[in-house]
Design a protein around this ligand. Sequence first.
Ligand code: GAP
Length: 525
Amino acid sequence: MEKIVSLSKRRGFIFQSSEIYGGLNGCWDYGPLGVELLRNIKDQWWQSMTYRDDIEGIDASILMHPRVWEASGHVENFTDPMVDCKQCKARYRVDVLFESLSDKTISKLADSLTALLGTELPESLRQVLEEETIREMKGIPNYPYTLDERVQFKRDNFVEMRKFYERQGRLRDWLMSPGRFNALVETAEIPCPNCGNKGTFTPARKFNLMFKTFVGPVEDSSAVVYLRPETAQGIYVNFLNVQLASRQKLPFGIAQVGKAFRNEINTKNFLFRTREFEQMEMQYFVKPGTDLRWFEYWKEERMNWFLRLGMTKEKLRWNRHEPEKLAHYAKDAFDIEYQFSFGWGEIEGIHNRTDYDLSRHEEYSGKSMKYFDEETKERYTPYIIETSAGASRAFMAFLVDAYREEDAPTADGKMDTRAVLRLHPKIAPTKVAVFPLVNRDGMQEVARKIEVALRPHLRVFYDESGAVGRRYRRQDEAGTPYCVTVDSQTLQDQTVTIRDRDTMRQERLGIESILAYLQNKIFVS
Ligand code: GAP
């Protein structure tokens, strides 16, 4: 990862935000190459979503009516549980704290938690079991148990569940909830990773991740608005506007790309968790009862999108959310995860959001959000299948996946190591570099003419400085898939060499064929 961060800065992919002032945590700037890569990723996503007849695009405003976030559940639920060490004042998110504890400590804490069952079920643990159960029951019609029965069942099987997670090597996941933390905080000696003291933590408190600001000159509670923490809500509130304006029938989708903001407690791992980022979200509205089929369809589509853009198959996997970890709106959720150097991390979520969002907006706005089915003459609230990708996380995954250090021959036949970004040509920031082999005999003029001819069609880089071998290496590192070189033979027969970044092989081609050749290689094959 350090190599990627350093390359990003050196080559102009990513800079720290406000670097000359010491930077701003969780915020990054995209440099000249970075902005091109990011745009290309977003364009590829936009094309794959909206160049079809069942999906429309939209660009909603970042600031929305504050009631939107009450209806969506963000005011109440979009929180991270946070704890403070009373001794050293270090602040942690509960899951981050658990992650930093050793396996031995985790095992001891699990013992303490199961020991609580020996006495009367403490209120905090009862709450945990109840919350889990309520989530499980959601979306299952005619759930066959009462809440009390199910909580009792969970209590009876508590120790078995612990063993189950332990066998899978996932004891940490089993412990990782604010409720469990609170059940432990009074009875167990949880060590602070910062100062080493034990039993010094406050109970977990909810910390809302939305950034607040004010509209107009008066900074009071009636003027509060939020910077959107997801783009999805701008789509839901416009569902009927888009449907009526575009005369779409179910099933159909609405796609949007835009900024989102979250006041993350712990920003980490470069672009992975930031406070300002971009999302590429598509909400697909379907008739209830057809949601499972469409959920499968979109899962497959989205995984294939990453694969088609060249991401390594073995570094991608699915992670299904367990019932107790499902977001408040979801009936089912799968993440596409990428294997980063720090572990597997989510780059996109596919969610079955049921009719939760539209029903809530109907309830909070008092306006009907129902769809009228002309064929059956029914009026109903559609279910929503959401595909929610982070543009910046996808950016980071594409960058990491493309980075290689390879043995390669130099111009004089020796071997050396080249750093290369094997980005798919469709997303590469620069598509072609044009060089004169040497700066004499009119080669520069011919190379400049080629550059000018290509510019309206492709992003071109012209370079005449230094040895040609070094120029190739610089383009390899920037991910440029093709280099065109004008040499002495060009002056005689109007042909050039085209070098392929990945194979490093060169072909000879007539000048008049360069554009068609590149367009075919980059956009078609
Ligand atoms: N509308 C649903 C939603 O927002 P999410 O799982 O919270 O779901 C979706 O976020 C995607 O947004 C994630 O898969 C990730 O790619 C990206 N994302 C979320 N939080 C992020 C952050 N703090 N920094 C960068 N990307 C983030």
